[in-house]
Write a protein that binds this ligand. Structure first.
Ligand code: FES
Length: 176
């Protein structure tokens, strides 16, 4: 039988879901009711919640009359959208032309290997999220990686452990 504590917990959870759905509805209503609003609506949802959750996409699909599959199809086309909560530290790996020709791709692969995630994901402990970006605007320093907005110039796969260790409170990553 459900006890009072469990019932209160459920009531709190339901209130939180209702509050999130109401925020989503408010965002949708701020935009013209047509398919052209999809990208701005997705951007506003991401700005408000930090990412596009499954719950948000399902609710948007219902409110906008666009299937969730189509919505994912559009959102995954743009690297700006993320589908998991942001980590405590944001790592951006530049894949613009200047960084690409100087090894940006190998750096990204090494970041993915060390963190155990692929670009667009967040580590299971919420410590880091990893993003692939087109250009960080400092091509002369290529290849670059930014962590929480701080740019690390002339990066290499070898330098990654020392950069990560400045932000990582987990042990042992330097030796991975
Ligand atoms: S291409 Fe990487 S900073 Fe411009």
């Amino acid at each position: 039988m459900l006890n009072r504590a469990k019932l209160l917990l459920w009531a709190q959870m339901i209130r939180k879901v209702e509050e999130r759905l109401s925020r989503i509805k408010d965002i949708v209503e701020r935009h013209p009711a047509n398919r052209g609003s999809l990208i701005p609506v997705l951007q506003d949802i991401q700005e408000d919640f930090g990412y596009l959750s499954e719950e948000a996409v399902e609710e948007l699909a219902r409110l906008m009359g666009i299937s969730a599959n189509e919505m994912y199809g559009v959102a995954t086309f743009y690297t700006q959208f993320r589908f998991s909560p942001p980590g405590r530290h944001r790592i951006q790996s530049c894949q613009g032309t200047a960084c690409h020709v100087r090894g940006g791709q190998q750096i990204l692969k090494e970041l993915e290997r060390r963190l155990g995630i692929t670009a667009g994901q967040t580590t299971a402990d919420g410590q880091f999220d990893l993003q692939r970006v087109a250009c960080l605007g400092c091509c002369a320093l290529a290849p670059v990686v930014a962590v929480d907005g701080k740019v690390y110039a002339r990066m290499s796969a070898k330098k990654i452990p020392s950069v990560l260790s400045q932000y990582d409170d987990r042990k042992g990553m330097e030796n991975a």
